[in-house]
Design a protein around this ligand. Structure first.
Ligand SMILES: [Zn+2]
Ligand SMILES: [Zn+2]
Length: 450
């Protein structure tokens, strides 16, 4: 399914700037194209509203742009390998608007014009009525979904006719509604790290009705994991954790599709296997993998929930038992804004064992951290409820939660965005798609990484 993806902020700004009660209005969007299972995801990067002098003709039922407005935008798109979206309004049309015969004619000419200029796209047309929108591939009848991502992930135009809901989900449909349940079934969810917290996330997602998974973890099950690895049994020691997670999903939802990748998200291939998913859970315990997923989420406009549990002890006593769950999504501060990533630790975690042995600043792996299933379950459940609030309109506002087990308190908080952040702002990776490099290792040989 082709998709046009906006940040919530951009979408609202576009709506606001195009609002004119009388005349039709136009804009051109520049998109970064991400290939996705025989279709494409178009990430809106830039919005150019047509100024009054850019119209050749403009009245209550038509709007035609001057080529002088389109040509430089098309040239830039060709140079950067971007796609274009031609936006116009039907300010009088109620309900979901329909493209007119004149729209179709105009689009065919535009598509021809772009073809001659090598703007390969895919290019699209987006139409706003008074209340709703509709989109399609330029000059065709192939409709495309329109999504916004921010505090929520909303499908503002859903071109799918598939509305099936399974009987097993009856009780939660009473909470979420059939439409949201159906949307859950069509989402692809990535889980990075399927250990202590990730295995619980996977189990809950399968029960919720998620039917498409991409699971990434390079670890094998160890004997000391069995106190908390949901779905694992003693005979699984030595088996890849992703296989255990896949088995767990299939036990609950035999029809589910699982792509199990036994690899590290620090490596290019595993990281790029996530660029086509609709949502990510970051359940890893290293800063380097968090750094990769943090950037991937903003760069590809994929909402992500990052979570962690921490138990600190000293002087023979437990000092602190805490947990954190937070949404990484456009409009919300990323981990870099919040200084949650230590660049020296990230650098060391990217090293191979040999490189680490030679690094004068490496202070050693340290003792294994304590880990308890009840704390993992608490944080995982908070994360899943937040997920439902983001994608299924569950009425819950919290997008960052801090748990203090010693006091017995869960507190909602929010962090301030750094306006020119290198990850989550338009000055950084936000919405750049494959135009920017992810901070990953590229394997050039079986034994050599760079
Ligand atoms: Zn029209
Ligand atoms: Zn940031």
């Amino acid at each position: 399914m082709n998709e046009l993806v906006f940040t919530e902020e951009d979408y609202l700004s576009l709506l606001h700037r195009l609002s004119d009660d009388k005349f039709e209005s136009c804009a051109i969007l520049t998109t970064s194209i991400v290939p996705k299972h025989r279709s494409a995801r178009m990430l809106v990067q830039q919005i150019q509203i047509a100024p009054p002098d850019a119209y050749r003709k403009r009245n209550t039922s038509a709007a035609i742009l001057e080529p002088a407005f389109i040509v430089p935008i098309a040239k830039a798109a060709r140079k950067n390998g971007n796609g274009l979206v031609f936006v116009h309004t039907h300010p009088w049309e109620l309900g979901v608007p329909s493209f007119s015969a004149i729209d179709s004619q105009g689009e065919k000419l535009l598509q021809e014009f772009l073809g001659k200029r090598d703007v390969a796209g895919p290019n699209a047309a987006l139409l706003f009525g008074k209340e709703h929108c509709r989109a399609r591939l330029l000059g065709t009848d192939t409709e495309i979904n329109v999504l916004t991502v921010g505090a929520t992930r909303q499908v503002v135009f859903d071109s799918s006719s598939q509305k099936h809901v399974r009987q097993v989900h009856d009780r939660q449909v009473r909470l979420l509604g059939a439409e949201a349940q159906n949307r859950l079934g069509r989402m692809v969810v990535g889980v990075v790290g399927v250990g202590g917290t990730g295995s619980i996330i996977v189990q809950q997602l399968a029960h919720l009705g998620i039917e498409n998974f991409v699971l990434v973890d390079h670890d094998l099950v160890e004997g000391t994991n069995l106190n908390r690895l949901v779905g694992a049994q003693p005979s699984d020691v030595g088996t890849p954790k992703v296989n255990i997670a896949e088995r767990q999903v299939k036990l609950i939802a035999p029809h589910a599709q699982v792509t199990a990748i036994q690899g590290s998200v620090l490596d290019s291939d595993a990281a790029h296997s996530l660029v086509g998913v609709d949502f990510i859970f970051c359940c890893t315990d290293t800063q380097a993998s968090r750094a990769v997923v943090n950037q991937l989420a903003y760069q590809y406009l994929i909402p992500c929930i990052d979570m962690g549990v921490s138990i600190t002890s000293g002087d023979g006593a437990i000092q602190r038992i805490s947990g954190r769950v937070q949404l990484l999504s456009p409009g919300h501060a990323c981990l870099t804004c919040q200084d949650l990533l230590d660049s020296n630790i990230v650098r060391q975690e990217f090293m191979t064992t040999e490189q680490r042995a030679q690094d004068p600043y490496f202070i050693g792996e340290g003792e294994p951290q304590p880990a308890v299933i009840s704390l993992n379950s608490t944080m995982s459940s908070l994360a899943i409820t937040m997920f439902l609030a983001v994608v299924a309109e569950l009425p819950s506002k919290a997008r960052q939660l801090n748990y203090d087990a010693m006091i017995g308190r869960v507190r909602s908080s929010s962090a301030t965005r750094y306006p020119t952040c290198v990850v989550c702002s338009r000055y950084g990776a936000l919405g750049r798609g494959k135009e920017w490099r992810l901070p990953v290792r590229i394997v050039v040989d079986d034994n050599i990484s760079k």
